[in-house]
Design a protein around this ligand. Structure first.
Ligand code: G6P
Length: 360
């Protein structure tokens, strides 16, 4: 088993470090002359859809939220995202004009498979985004796109998540291209540079290991973000809960004042993500409200103006906002990982969790 870890202490850390490679693999062959090419989908007429549903569980659901956000923004299509265990009991509005996308690393999650069956009964066009070749979901859906994460052993998903993000972003721009929306050459160029950016962020691993000291003795942590950053903080909070057992919740930053701020007290830890330029300043104001109540803040941002009273600011590369969820995932994974290590947790096999949930 040690050999399979390639010299890393855990599978989770190994898989975190595999991300530049597996992201490059997921992009490989899918960009040609500044165009996104998804041959698997070439016979779909995207103009027939009046809505797109994203359905998934756990980390894959958070990737879906990001994918849905980007798709709406770049292809101007109405999108809905739902957790698979809710979807089928929630009277989904689905018909032959719906594109239903099911995201699953394993391709075997019971709730996601049941949701796929329901969408097919209701005559939607179904597309699976899966990692495991030949998995049930990839066989049952009308179309399939594979992430190229390779086998993911650690229960907490890392490389499967970032490759799902890459694929869903490729898909969003591919649909935009097909609907004749403007797709800037710059976005395509930056997408190709993502493995390099991820590699650079990984070099700052000691910074994130240091942040973990702020969390190791905490019972709770508060994650905040807006827009796409909200989907990122949902995943950041999930990762922390899963591996370190620190209770963590993610909030839309603007909702703090409607409740969660009541919990902030001297010494609370707030992890804020502010990568979306049009709204970063708003999140920064929310951070100040928590600092005024004694919070200690870790800020992950692209916003280069000095942020008052925040000692722990990490600057992410200033890439196209739609791509930021991929980059910010890396610090959030490493913060969770090192918090778990400092607490002596079994990082690869957290209590009560399974890699794949094949029962309802
Ligand atoms: C389990 C795993 C998670 C995963 C979720 C969905 O809860 O522990 O890491 O995100 O299932 O799994 P899937 O294979 O459908 O992506």
């Amino acid at each position: 088993e040690a050999a399979k870890k390639d010299g890393y202490d855990t599978f989770m850390l190994k898989e975190i470090h595999e991300q530049p490679h597996v992201i490059a693999e997921t992009l490989r062959g899918r960009i040609h002359q500044q165009h996104i090419v998804l041959d698997e989908l070439k016979d779909i007429d995207f103009s027939k859809f009046n809505k797109v549903y994203f359905v998934a569980c756990g980390t894959a659901y958070h990737a879906s939220l990001c994918g849905a956000h980007v798709l709406k923004k770049v292809a101007h299509l109405p999108v809905l995202s739902e957790v698979a265990s809710e979807f089928r009991y929630n009277d989904p509005l689905i018909d032959e004009k719906t594109l239903a996308i099911f995201v699953s690393q394993s391709g075997e999650t019971a709730d996601t498979l049941a949701a796929l069956r329901l969408a097919k009964e209701k005559k939607a066009t179904t597309l699976a985004v899966a990692n495991v070749l030949g998995s049930t979901i990839s066989r049952d859906a009308d179309y399939v796109l594979y992430t190229c994460a390779g086998p993911e052993i650690a229960v907490a998903s890392t490389k499967a998540y970032t490759t799902q993000l890459v694929l869903l972003i490729l898909l969003a721009y591919y649909i935009a291209q097909n609907l004749n929306q403007d797709v800037h050459d710059d976005v395509i160029k930056q997408l190709q540079l993502i493995p390099q950016y991820v590699d650079n962020i990984l070099k700052d691993e000691p910074v994130f290991a240091q942040y973990a000291h702020m969390l190791k003795d905490m019972h709770d942590a508060y994650f905040i973000g807006r827009n796409l950053d909200y989907a990122s903080v949902l995943e950041g909070a999930l990762k922390l809960k899963e591996v370190s057992y620190v209770h963590a919740d993610a909030y839309v930053a603007g909702e703090l004042k409607h409740g969660p701020i009541a919990l902030i007290e001297d010494g609370s830890v707030v992890i804020a993500v502010a990568t979306q330029p049009h709204i970063a300043q708003k999140t920064i104001s929310n951070i100040q409200e928590t600092i005024a109540r004694g919070a200690r803040v870790i800020l992950l941002t692209t916003h280069h103006e000095e942020v008052k009273n925040v000692q722990n600011t990490y600057y992410l590369p200033d890439v196209e906002p739609t791509l930021q969820a991929i980059l910010v995932a890396i610090p959030l994974q490493l913060i969770a990982y090192y918090t778990a290590c400092l607490k002596g947790c079994d990082v690869d096999k957290p209590r009560n969790l399974a890699k794949s949930v094949t029962v309802e």
